[in-house]
Design a protein around this ligand. Structure first.
Ligand SMILES: CC[C@@H](C(=O)O)C(=O)SCCNC(=O)CCNC(=O)[C@H](O)C(C)(C)COP(=O)(O)OP(=O)(O)OC[C@H]1O[C@@H](n2cnc3c(N)ncnc32)[C@H](O)[C@@H]1OP(=O)(O)O
Ligand code: CO
Length: 151
């Protein structure tokens, strides 16, 4: 019986360790400057950083929200995922990002579970992270980003 409890505890710990927390929520905006002003009023504090990620065609800013963050994203070119999203759906929540401890392991696990990975190798994201996206068609219409801190 004691052994069964230990095994159960180990499984629970391993499951919790896979997706640690909501790292950030990504919001697609038309103007980073206007939205920075708006969210600064809303949260009563300014973004702690802004960063352009050329490979994704975005400019971003980050607001700390407890252990998580709000990431605002403005498109910097018309091929950007953010430009396409806004053209189709307008401004709003674009993705939810989970922090993971080992992105390669998580990518392998989720791929085996049948989720479609949008990049086969982790890529460099904003705020010192390696990232990978899951296709929203395989996740109930929600774009999921995995991110691992680069140490
Ligand atoms: C700053 C770096 C990084 C970070 O560190 O945090 C970021 O957050 S970058 C964020 C921007 N980058 C990405 O989103 C990369 C991953 N996204 C993609 O590869 C594509 O956007 C996509 C999800 C594969 C869609 O691309 P595509 O198929 O070319 O666009 P369509 O407009 O044709 O969409 C097809 C289909 O998917 C629906 N869709 C698109 N985006 C989303 C979304 N964010 N959430 C939910 N659903 C989405 C879109 O509406 C279409 O659906 P149907 O109309 O029903 O076919
Ligand atoms: Co993001």
């Amino acid at each position: 019986m004691a052994n069964n409890h230990c095994l159960l505890l180990l499984i629970v710990i391993q499951t919790i360790q896979k997706m640690l927390k909501v790292e950030h929520i990504g919001i697609a905006v038309k103007s980073l400057k206007e939205s920075n002003d708006l969210f600064t009023k809303l949260f009563a504090r300014p973004p702690y950083k802004t960063e352009a990620v050329e490979s994704e065609g975005v400019s971003t800013s980050f607001f700390q929200m407890g252990e998580s963050k709000i990431e605002l994203l403005e498109a910097t070119n018309e091929d950007s995922a953010i430009a396409k999203f806004i053209a189709k759906r307008g401004e709003g929540i674009h993705h939810i990002a989970y922090e993971v401890e080992d992105i390669l392991k998580e990518m392998e696990r989720l791929s085996k579970e049948g989720f479609t990975l949008l990049n086969k190798e982790p890529k460099k994201g904003a705020d010192n992270k390696l990232v990978c996206f899951l296709h929203p068609k395989t996740t109930n219409g929600v774009l999921i980003e995995l991110c691992q801190e680069i140490k």
